[in-house]
Design a protein. Structure first.
Length: 188
């Protein structure tokens, strides 16, 4: 196979022989560490640097939320490029379901509850933000008739649409007044 043909393939599409041909070396023995040693080094590095990461993250004087907002155009461009290239789909195609399940089984159940507990303030803010709208929507839906199948179906659809409206309000897509007006429209 010519080098031009090899250059148009992704790394996943190349055979070992094609990689060796393209690089001009034999794969075996060119690295100073084995794959197992490399994985062990990576794992040890993650463990050893956990406290350093925490200290650097919590000790920053930068407005990390402001920086993330400022980086939104770059994020959007990278996401658009990833979608065009199908990067996520290709990565998912390489994902092994059995490995994912094994990782979940190896993770203690307390990791989920600990993670949620650490985010209690965040969840609390979100609940506080949506509670008045949810209460309003439920009050409006409770007033809807449900004597016939059509009325019950209308109420079910209104419930789903009210959830979407509340989600839009939480995301800042619409304001609270617009959300209430749309809830009124769905529940009449």
């Amino acid at each position: 196979m010519s080098e031009d043909a090899i250059e148009t393939k992704t790394l996943d599409e190349l055979t070992t022989e094609e990689v060796e041909q393209f690089l001009g070396v034999q794969q075996e023995g060119i690295l100073k560490v084995t794959a197992t040693e490399w994985k062990d080094d990576w794992s040890k590095g993650v463990t050893d640097n956990a406290e350093r990461w925490k200290k650097r993250t919590t000790g920053t004087k930068k407005d990390i939320v402001g920086l993330a907002i400022a980086a939104e155009p770059k994020y959007a461009e990278k996401t658009k490029k990833a979608i065009e290239l199908g990067s996520r789909a290709k990565a998912l195609a390489r994902t092994n379901t059995a490995e994912v399940i094994a990782q979940v089984q190896a993770t203690p159940a307390s990791a989920y509850s600990d993670g949620a507990t650490l985010r209690a303030n965040k969840f609390g803010r979100r609940i506080d933000a949506q509670y008045p709208l949810r209460e309003y929507a439920v009050k409006r839906m409770n007033a809807m008739k449900e004597g016939t199948d059509a009325e019950r179906e209308k109420k079910m659809i209104a419930s789903k649409r009210c959830n979407v409206i509340i989600g839009q309000a939480l995301k800042g897509i619409i304001d609270i007044g617009t959300a209430r007006t749309q809830i009124d429209k769905e529940t009449t």
